[in-house]
Design a protein around this ligand. Structure first.
Ligand code: SF4
Ligand code: SF4
Length: 261
């Protein structure tokens, strides 16, 4: 089933590029993971993320599975975002806007496929589904991605997938029972695996990500700084320096790629 879902998603990416909707910012293969809504980890989201984090059956009472997918960004996009300072690269902001729209298209395509098989789906927005005071998400794609076996969390608090951490996540809830993806047993993040790496911390010159932890308020302030900088664009609360061209940007990092500073 994973391969069938991958094909649907990649077909939508190809359509986006070939119908002239915009540049191709993405890499293949896309990553797909599936969670069974009865997975006990869903019960921990309200403690781990936010007390009002939604559960799949809040979105769709008949929910049986959650499909989470990751659209990896092209390496040139990450390199541009690394080089441009102090703001995010304009291409990074453009890719963010485009990917959010593409995720909506992909979710609609998946919804149609499931509907043709007689199943219901609930589509969730790619972003801006969070509490702006507490800065916590009520539908955290990265936590759902973790439950769906897409990867493990890095020191930068992002999900490291088999295609890395540089890209965007989308998800959909469906009433179709699907075989859940087995979660990785090993930590993908070098630091969490006991290797020396803090490249993501070194990239964050805004005081949000340090070796001691992550200050979500400082991070959000920087995202809004970028939004002000790109005032001619739709909302682009982006930064992404901590995932730009680091050992875990494009795949599961190897110890030999660790940046030692
Ligand atoms: S850059 Fe290194 S320490 Fe940071 S998340 Fe990636 S692998 Fe982990
Ligand atoms: S997104 Fe930017 S501000 Fe936030 S932790 Fe990463 S580098 Fe720091």
């Amino acid at each position: 089933m994973i391969h069938a879902l991958q094909s649907i998603i990649e077909r939508e990416v190809d359509r986006w590029v070939h119908d002239g909707s915009g540049p191709n910012w993405w890499r293949f293969p896309v990553c797909v993971g599936i969670a069974d809504v009865t997975d006990p980890l869903f019960g921990k989201l309200q403690h781990a993320v936010a007390p009002d984090h939604a559960l799949p059956r809040d979105l769709l009472p008949s929910a049986a599975s959650v499909v989470v997918f990751f659209l990896p960004f092209q390496e040139a996009l990450a390199r541009a975002n690394r080089i441009e300072t102090p703001y995010a690269a304009r291409s990074w902001a453009e890719a963010y806007v485009a990917t959010n729209a593409l995720i909506a298209r992909i979710c609609e395509a998946l919804r149609e496929v499931f509907a043709s098989e007689g199943h219901e789906s609930a589509v969730t927005p790619a972003t801006h589904n969070f509490d702006e005071q507490r800065l916590v998400s009520r539908w955290s794609h990265k936590h759902l991605g973790y439950i769906a076996g897409l990867g493990t969390f890095g020191l930068h608090h992002q999900l490291i997938t088999p295609q890395g951490a540089c890209g965007r996540l989308g998800s959909l809830v469906t009433s179709k029972p699907l075989e859940p993806t087995v979660r990785p047993e090993a930590e993908y993040c070098l630091a969490k695996a006991g290797q020396r790496c803090a490249a993501c911390v070194d990239r964050c010159t805004y005081g949000a990500l340090t070796r001691d932890g992550f200050d979500r308020h400082r991070c959000y302030a920087q995202l809004l700084e970028n939004d002000r900088h790109f005032a001619d664009m739709p909302l682009v609360d982006v930064c992404g320096k901590c995932v730009a061209d680091v050992p875990c940007s494009y795949g599961v990092p190897k110890a030999s790629t660790a940046e030692r500073k």
